[in-house]
Design a protein around this ligand. Structure first.
Ligand code: UD1
Length: 372
């Protein structure tokens, strides 16, 4: 029996940890799963809604850390997580994605000589101004097993000197949650509630420091949104960070006044999946949404200068445009004009809804090898 601590902290972690917790619960004779929530995200609509929608059991341990600067938040997670690891003495700790909780918990394990596995390893934007890139680089260096979503991630790890025997290409864990919930998401009434019609609206998300913490780039994005919303309504579930920055920059009124922009609170997983599947185009600075739109075949315009998920551009429906309205607007309009046909994109290998099973199999195999 393997005792595994599964760690989740922020919104994009929940859809990655849920399939793993479920896969372990399906094998009670092989796994004892302990779910730890660091509390990095704590609002009802940034956290609780995801536990409900994804059928995640309540966390066994909640560290209640909350928001703070990077150093204070990371230190608080480490301080709270260390006694948990010392008490539980797990065989493995699993961390997912690239948020501060991911690195902080991996670092605790590295120092205590507890085995840690990183799910979604090897992605690189090569932009070290992104806090997530630092989290990705360091987590991968100290993890014992690296579960990668695509072959470019394997190549990145090898180039950084990670021994190949620590790397396992298992596919994209987030697509396990998407596949498991797509049918249920169709039952959401969110389009009716917002009075938008299928394939007749754009969906927007924004939260990265590079888009919203910089007043000039936020204004540039708003300029583009003004032009796009004159042609197509834009639904904008606004992240708390973006809302806070709009207010600080005195831009809230401008956004509230934009006729075609529908500003709403952040949505749960099923409502958001419903809106994403029904969108004519998605505009985003998120990483995960680039992947989800690729699998759904929905055109995606990424408002960033780079991506750690190049496979969504090479094989999928994604275009990287940055924050310049002169690029955002034509790229979006061109996606509106040309319908994407099924033969113009494909779903990357092993983004098939069975990644969690491959991961739990690999953990069992790896542990059997270490015992031997
Ligand atoms: C974090 C992750 C980012 C991920 C994003 C998804 C890091 C470095 N960043 O960014 O990779 O894409 O989550 O959402 O880990 N806040 C609330 N309620 C909450 C959570 C946050 O109001 O439940 C507000 C707080 O004012 C906080 C701010 O949002 O200061 C930012 O939260 P934080 O967790 O620091 O980073 P995110 O921008 O959410």
């Amino acid at each position: 029996m393997l005792k595994v601590i599964n760690v989740a902290g922020a919104r994009p972690n929940f859809m990655k940890i849920a399939p793993l917790v479920a896969a372990m619960k399906r094998r009670p004779s092989q796994f004892q799963s302990i779910l730890v929530h660091t509390g990095q995200h704590y609002d009802a609509n940034m956290s609780d809604a995801f536990f409900r929608d994804l059928g995640l059991p309540a966390p066994d341990i909640h560290l209640g850390v909350g928001s703070a600067s990077h150093a204070v938040q990371s230190a608080a997670i480490m301080k709270a997580f260390e006694p948990v690891v010392l008490e539980q003495k797990p065989d493995w700790v699993i961390v997912v994605g690239d948020v501060n909780s991911t690195l902080a918990c991996a670092l605790v394990c590295g120092k205590l000589d507890i085995k840690v596995a990183h799910v979604e390893a090897g992605l690189r934007s090569r932009d070290r101004t992104m806090p997530e890139e630092i989290n990705r680089l360091l987590t991968d260096q100290i993890s014992d097993l690296l579960f990668t979503p695509s072959s470019d991630a394997d190549a990145n790890l090898i180039a950084e000197g990670i021994p190949p025997e620590r790397i396992r290409f298992v596919g994209n864990i987030m697509i396990d949650s998407l596949s498991a919930n797509l049918e249920r998401a169709k039952g959401s009434k969110i389009q009716v509630e917002l009075a938008v019609a299928d394939k007749d609206y754009a969906l927007l998300t924004l939260h990265r420091p590079s888009s919203v913490d910089d007043r000039e780039s936020f204004i540039r994005i708003l300029d583009a949104l003004e032009q796009i919303s004159a042609r197509l309504p834009i639904v904008f579930p606004i992240h708390p960070r973006a809302r806070k920055m709009l207010f600080e920059y005195g831009l809230s009124d401008r956004v509230e006044m934009m006729g075609g922009l529908l500003l709403i609170e952040p949505l749960g997983y099923l409502d958001f999946l419903n809106l994403m599947s029904g969108a004519r185009v998605v505009l985003t600075d998120s990483g995960g949404i680039q992947e989800e739109t690729t699998v759904l075949g929905i055109p995606c315009v990424t408002l960033r200068e780079n991506t750690e998920r190049p496979i969504t551009v090479e094989m999928g429906t994604n275009t990287i445009v940055g924050t310049d309205p002169a690029k955002i607007v034509p790229a979006t309009f061109s996606k509106l004009e040309k319908q994407i046909e099924k033969d113009q994109y494909c779903i990357p290998p092993l983004w098939d809804g069975h990644t969690a099973e491959r991961i739990v199999d690999a953990l069992i195999k790896q542990s059997a090898m270490s015992d031997y």
